[in-house]
Ligand binder design. Structure first.
Ligand SMILES: *[C@@H]1O[C@H](CO)[C@@H](O)[C@H](O)[C@H]1NC(C)=O
Ligand SMILES: *[C@@H]1O[C@H](CO)[C@@H](O)[C@H](O)[C@H]1NC(C)=O
Ligand SMILES: *[C@@H]1O[C@H](CO)[C@@H](O)[C@H](O)[C@H]1NC(C)=O
Ligand SMILES: *[C@@H]1O[C@H](CO)[C@@H](O)[C@H](O)[C@H]1NC(C)=O
Ligand SMILES: *[C@@H]1O[C@H](CO)[C@@H](O)[C@H](O)[C@H]1NC(C)=O
Ligand SMILES: *[C@@H]1O[C@H](CO)[C@@H](O)[C@H](O)[C@H]1NC(C)=O
Ligand SMILES: *[C@@H]1O[C@H](CO)[C@@H](O)[C@H](O)[C@H]1NC(C)=O
Ligand SMILES: *[C@@H]1O[C@H](CO)[C@@H](O)[C@H](O)[C@H]1NC(C)=O
Ligand SMILES: *[C@@H]1O[C@H](CO)[C@@H](O)[C@H](O)[C@H]1NC(C)=O
Length: 893
């Protein structure tokens, strides 16, 4: 969340030209990158499952962007039959590597090279390597033709690719879902990217791509490297098609995942970066937030207005408005006084709803408890002289937690325990963390944070309170001065990373849209308490805050699954938290790109709890058409929240200037709620084996080339095809139906797809095309409810959508919904074959409701064309319902 006076600054940063000028070091012995000698492999040692070699610089150093490292080690590890790990690192092991504490490495099963689906081959001089899919001989990765460059501040590795490859991933970005393959640069460097412009580096970093080759298979390539980088994809007459990593440091640390299906690549990637974490059932309810809430009364008004409009609201959120002069862990005593906040929260709880607030990492550099505690815990980032590093964020001058410092977790736990105490504080149910790229409003070098804050009017003034006492005069308190008595940091002995690097202006410059790598964020020459440089670890800041904050939530409510939504992420973040897509514009482009982005996070990056700011965060007032459509689309995001800034027309779904949205959102939320257990089951599945909760079309139809570029339609779970209207002023939509049988969600009529585009002539503003995919069985609630707690009291309807072969299957996962420990769970498997419906599996959890009906779509016999012989067992079972605690078989057709 960002707005007000800093907007123009950040926006201009976002759109500033991204000059990718690689500045040559002023070193007379340095020469162009083309003259780099590469390496020679020797001393090869091979065992069944691994392979090592020495790599020695093959000629005079080029020292183009730092100093060439003379001696490297190549290490190849066949970790599983489908996963190959290739590392190239300095023999001295001084070069920075992503700490295991931040991204725990997967165990290797040490499979024999002969039983791997992939093979690694190399050429000794000049050294290059290739990875091949054994079954087809298809070369997946091949570095020949371009020397490996491994320097103190630069790494280059290029792979040849077939022409016009189908590549996906390398986020976070708002570019086309299927990546451009010519003249394309993807920069990874966390940035507060207001309005999420295309072609720029955004909040998070996921250096993994999926290379989809249709019927010959899909593979994934993950570069485990947190340094700033440009990944270039290009195709020139001289070079042919290639993908090239250009990083500011770190090592070559590649995981190759063989698939061969897209879903298997996702599953294999989850094994590398961690399976996503389970969320509470209620987290899938509808959430509402808005920046610019005047006071606690306005928050309560929104809650009651939703009820009055009969639109189900699960969770109310509050942005930084609640804070006293934007200081984290404080309450504005006039507008959000503690007694009223407690009353607000207890009232929300008594209505079976939930409450969430935002916490930022930046702590006001000010004499108050949260700052003083952090200072005495040595929890803040410091300059080398021991003084606390200062930037400027919402409250003015701020300190920033050093997530690597040993005292930071306890410090953060303590602030959460007291400020969010159930009895004496604000008893939040979940957490929202923002600004953790980290964002800093002050331009590098930010030598006068207080002066910057004063002259830029930060923070924006809160609105006046509506009742006396009048709010204090605007501006900072007279005593708003840095605390100058901070004790010096103990020097740390175990520094990781090469000495002597230029951390501020590295010789190779990535295309950071903010300009230099320290601009509008933390200084990259800051050294963390454990000796790591911010230069190397910048891209980890948001994920580290996520983990520490999640732990702090667990510390205060140890039994409950934390729902934490973060802005900045690194690979593996989904194992801890969810992500919202940041400060998006309230435009049709913003609406459309949210689909590709949520597919990236859920299907490719293993961060399934993802969603955009529904109706748009900023840039314009939303419109009724856009908001109505977005309320529908948002219902098919894993994370569903309406949120916006303080400068545009408020767009809660009930607003009277949004009459179509009023209706659309009611339909949208109620439709979502019918499907909530299906969604919950899909997330559960992803937490178990990485099977994505959202699916791009090519994940389900990998052999159908028409699906490869599709980014406006998708599968929600693996059974429901969603094809939203995506244009302004339109009530029609054209979507692609692969060769398969579908059933319209609304009419339940069969629809035979034949691998062509279909135009649906009229889609009302409270409609969205949804299809059951043939071959699936979907558990639904029989009716919706105002809260998820009430929803859980509704019976089920099981919908059987037979495939072309007349069979179908599906699953239902049931548990209590909120606790981390779930001693009682049900994993129910539904099948339909030869006219017989079966329910098997485990039945440990009794949901207290039953199956009210089983509905068979189509003729039920396969090869359905147009007949709709919907058949239910409702009559047969109506007196008692079908128990969800035991196996069951019935003949349906
Ligand atoms: C930092 O960003 C501001 C705002 O975009 C820009 O004017 C300035 O040139 C940038 N400074 C550096 C060092 O990149
Ligand atoms: C210039 O290159 C030499 C020779 O490799 C190297 O020793 C030296 O560190 C380089 N200077 C700088 C400033 O990087
Ligand atoms: C690199 O390895 C060679 C051969 O083993 C050795 O002679 C040389 O000293 C090493 N260089 C460095 C910088 O370690
Ligand atoms: C792609 O290649 C063209 C032609 O050589 C070149 O002009 C362009 O800069 C390259 N783009 C990138 C992103 O490397
Ligand atoms: C490559 O892209 C850059 C910036 O995106 C553009 O300025 C340039 O003209 C493009 N070059 C080619 C060869 O398309
Ligand atoms: C990607 O390619 C499309 C069309 O091919 C173009 O419109 C778009 O500007 C390109 N995006 C980037 C970020 O290069
Ligand atoms: C895609 O084609 C491959 C190779 O012919 C085949 O093995 C695979 O089953 C097909 N996949 C689907 C989903 O049809
Ligand atoms: C810091 O705040 C405390 C409590 O309000 C106060 O007692 C103390 O004098 C303050 N210190 C300074 C230097 O303002
Ligand atoms: C500064 O903070 C330290 C540590 O909390 C505290 O002991 C000291 O009194 C403060 N000094 C001032 C001038 O506020």
């Amino acid at each position: 969340m960002l707005t007000s006076t800093v907007l123009s600054l950040i926006a201009s940063a976002s759109f500033s030209s991204c000059t990718a000028i690689a500045r040559r070091q002023s070193n007379t012995t340095s020469s162009s990158i083309e003259s780099c000698p590469g390496y020679t492999a020797s001393n090869v040692v091979q065992s069944g499952s691994s392979f090592t070699a020495d790599l020695n610089l093959a000629g005079p150093a080029c020292n183009t962007y730092g100093t060439d490292i003379q001696n490297l080690t190549l290490s190849v590890d066949y970790q599983t039959a489908q996963r190959l790990h290739v590392q190239i690192y300095d023999q001295a092991e001084q070069v920075y590597q992503v700490p295991d504490s931040v991204l725990p490495r997967p165990n290797s099963s040490n499979v024999d090279a002969n039983s791997s689906e992939l093979s690694f081959t190399y050429t000794a001089n000049p050294f290059s390597f290739a990875v091949t899919r054994k079954s087809s001989g298809d070369v997946l990765f091949n570095t020949s033709g371009s020397a490996l460059v491994f320097e103190s501040q630069y790494l280059r590795l290029r792979t040849q690719l077939p022409d016009s490859p189908h590549l996906y991933g390398l986020g976070e970005h708002t570019d086309p879902f299927q990546l451009n393959t010519t003249n394309y640069t993807r920069t990874l460097w966390s940035r507060d990217a207001y309005t999420i412009p295309t072609g720029t580096n955004l909040y998070g970093n996921h250096p993994v791509y999926f290379d989809h080759r249709g019927a010959s298979g899909t593979h994934g390539v993950f570069l485990l490297n947190s340094n700033g980088m440009d990944i270039k994809i290009n195709n020139t007459a001289q070079t042919g098609q290639y993908l090239e990593y250009n990083t500011l440091g770190g090592i070559v640390d590649l995981y190759f995942m063989a698939g061969p299906s897209p879903t298997q690549v996702s599953q294999q990637y989850a094994q590398v970066v961690g399976l996503p974490v389970m969320m509470p059932y209620w987290g899938f309810g509808f959430h509402q937030c808005r920046y610019g809430m005047q006071d606690v009364w306005e928050v309560s008004e929104v809650v009651s207005n939703y009820s009055a409009a009969n639109i189900p609201l699960e969770t109310m959120w509050t942005d930084i408005d609640y804070m006293d002069y934007r200081k984290v862990f404080t309450l504005d005593p006039d507008r959000f006084p503690l007694n009223l906040m407690q009353e607000l929260v207890s009232t929300i709880h008594s209505r079976q709803q939930h409450y969430i607030v935002m916490v930022d990492p930046a702590v006001a550099y000010y004499n108050y408890t949260a700052f003083n505690n952090g200072a005495s815990a040595n929890a803040f980032l410091k300059f080398s002289n021991g003084s606390i590093y200062e930037g400027v964020v919402w409250p003015g001058p701020t300190a920033f937690p050093d997530w690597f410092a040993p005292g930071t977790q306890d410090y953060w736990n303590g602030e959460f325990a007291s400020f969010f105490d159930a009895t004496n504080g604000v008893d939040i149910d979940a957490l929202w963390i923002d600004m953790n790229e980290a964002s800093n409003f002050c331009h590098y070098p930010c030598s006068d944070p207080q002066g910057y804050a004063n002259s830029n009017g930060d923070p924006p003034q809160p609105p006046p309170v509506r009742a006396s006492p009048p709010y204090p005069a605007p501006g900072f308190p007279a005593n708003f001065q840095p605390n100058g008595t901070i004790s010096k940091r103990q020097a740390s002995g175990d520094m990781l990373g090469l000495p002597g690097r230029d951390f501020i202006n590295p010789p190779y410059q990535i295309s950071d849209a903010a300009g230099s790598i320290s601009n509008l964020t933390l200084n990259t020459d800051l050294i963390h308490a454990n000796g790591l440089a911010e230069y190397d670890t910048h891209n980890l800041y948001g994920t580290m805050m996520s983990v520490v904050s999640r732990n702090a939530m667990l510390n205060r409510r140890p039994a409950d699954r934390p729902l934490v939504i973060t802005r900045s992420t690194f690979a593996g973040a989904g194992a801890h938290v969810g992500h919202w897509l940041g400060d998006n514009p309230a435009t049709w482009d913003g609406y459309r790109i949210s689909i590709a982005e949520q597919l990236e996070f859920a299907a490719l990056f293993q961060v399934p709890m993802v969603g955009s700011d529904v109706c748009g965060y900023t840039a314009y007032d939303t419109s009724d058409q856009l908001c109505a459509r977005w309320s529908m689309l948002g219902a098919f995001s894993p994370f569903y929240r309406d949120h916006q800034d303080n400068e545009h027309l408020a767009h809660e779904f009930y607003r009277s200037y949004l009459p179509m949205t009023n209706n659309a959102s009611r339909v949208a939320i109620n439709t979502r709620y019918l499907l909530l257990d299906y969604i919950y089951t899909a997330l559960y599945q992803q937490t178990q084996d990485g099977t994505p909760l959202l699916n791009p079309m090519f994940f389900i139809y990998p052999n159908d080339t028409n699906t490869f570029p599709l980014q406006l339609q998708f599968f929600f779970g693996n059974a429901l095809l969603i094809a939203p209207v995506t244009d302004d002023n339109s009530t029609s939509v054209t979507y692609y139906l692969p060769d398969d049988i579908y059933y319209d969600w609304w009419t339940r009529e069969p629809v035979r797809g034949n691998g062509s585009y279909v135009t649906e002539g009229y889609v009302g503003f409270d409609g969205i095309p949804i299809f059951y995919r043939g071959g699936t069985i979907i558990p639904q609630r029989i009716s919706s409810a105002n809260t998820t707690a009430e929803l859980r009291k509704q019976d089920f309807e099981i919908v059987v959508a037979p495939g072309l072969d007349g069979s179908a299957s599906g699953t239902l996962y049931l548990d209590e919904g909120n606790s981390i420990d779930q001693p009682q769970t049900s994993n129910i498997e539904f099948s339909y074959e030869g006219g017989v419906f079966k329910m098997t599996g485990s039945f440990g959890y009794d949901p207290g409701v039953s199956i009210a009906k089983i509905t068979l779509l189509g003729s039920g016999g396969g090869n359905s064309t147009s007949t709709n012989t919907s058949l239910t067992t409702q009559n047969k079972e109506e007196s008692k319902g079908i128990s969800l605690t035991a196996e069951y078989t019935t003949k349906l057709a």
